[in-house]
Design a protein around this ligand. Sequence first.
Ligand SMILES: Cc1ncc(C[n+]2csc(CCOP(=O)(O)OP(=O)(O)O)c2C)c(N)n1
Ligand SMILES: [Mg+2]
Length: 378
Amino acid sequence: MPQWTERRPAEDFYRVLDPDGDPVDDLPSVADDEETLRRMYRTMLQTRALDEKTLRMQRRGEVSIIARSTGEEAVACGSAAALAPGDWCFPTYRQTSALLYWNARMDRAIAGLMGAEPETINEHLPLEGEPEVTFTPVYVPLAVNVANAVGSAMVDRFQGDDRVTLSYIGDGSTSEGDFHEALNFAGVFEAPAVTICQNNQWAISVPAHRQTAAETFARKAEAHGVPHERVDGNDVLAVYEATREAVERARDGGGPTFIEAVTYRMVEHNTADEESVYRDEDERDYWEDKDPVDRLEAFLLDRGVIDDEDPERYREALREEVQEAVDRAREVPISDPETMFDNHLQATSWSERHQRQELAAERAGANPFADFTGEGLE
Ligand SMILES: Cc1ncc(C[n+]2csc(CCOP(=O)(O)OP(=O)(O)O)c2C)c(N)n1
Ligand SMILES: [Mg+2]
């Protein structure tokens, strides 16, 4: 098997800031927009603070499973920041920073992780006002969000709305048929849809090079006639600028774009995974000093957009904000497990009816496996 050092992703991508935060290309106009820069910086720190807190809650058994985006925050944050109010976003579980950039409520998200039903969350932590960007629920079925996003984008096109729809896909998920159908459709019908491939080098334990024989993930769009680009995903300015151009083109009727953002999953796939079994230290060392938060922080300090005290001040304020959100989430009653079979599907399948019966039997003190009769199930 070739060594990891021979498998490093090529750095032939669009990059504005090097890992030390020094410009290596012309600065895009966002570099002068101090408000957006601070908001992106804050969002990435907030994402990390939330991930750290929910990890501790998971370890105590307070939440069941979480997927962190540590080291990947710039991809979703920088791309979502290029949207405008009224646009749509179809995220997966790896884009917490997109949600937080557009002020998604942490208390509601944490209550969901703790096992509260959406109806209960709405009752106890009601939304005030409409979000500026419309987010669908976080998708776990891989690539389905891209197909749905392209369909949604076509609806806007038919209705003459100038909204843009952004969706995300992991490196591994680009092997799914749904992804290709979605991109093909978007190309043929010029859907106003931007798709970001968050290439974090791994799909659970499967490395990116076992996922495709193509030179890059961006090249997958070539076959579908969709313009594509490859950016340094740990450089939030490059991600922002590439997405801004793509969003502008889509809004002006120029059709879809596919952007591969090259990043790295610094942590486990999710809390059900143990990454040290299949990854080398060597690899982690390579990515360690490419941290997207450190890179933007160095740039902002150098330009005087934040001062020397700000990094600690932001971190401290965000830790408190996260803790307050956790305190509010803890007030939401946890839903009865049986309600998980309600509300989500119009008609439940045989296996769901079976599971529901098993759960009821277990709660009544029976051994659901030994005592299951199947009686009453059709
Ligand atoms: C259709 C489908 N198949 C399989 C899975 C199980 N699964 C969940 S995450 C994952 C790996 C995804 O890897 P990648 O697309 O690279 O995204 P990442 O988790 O790295 O962000 C798999 C196989 C799923 N959720 N949906
Ligand atoms: Mg991946």
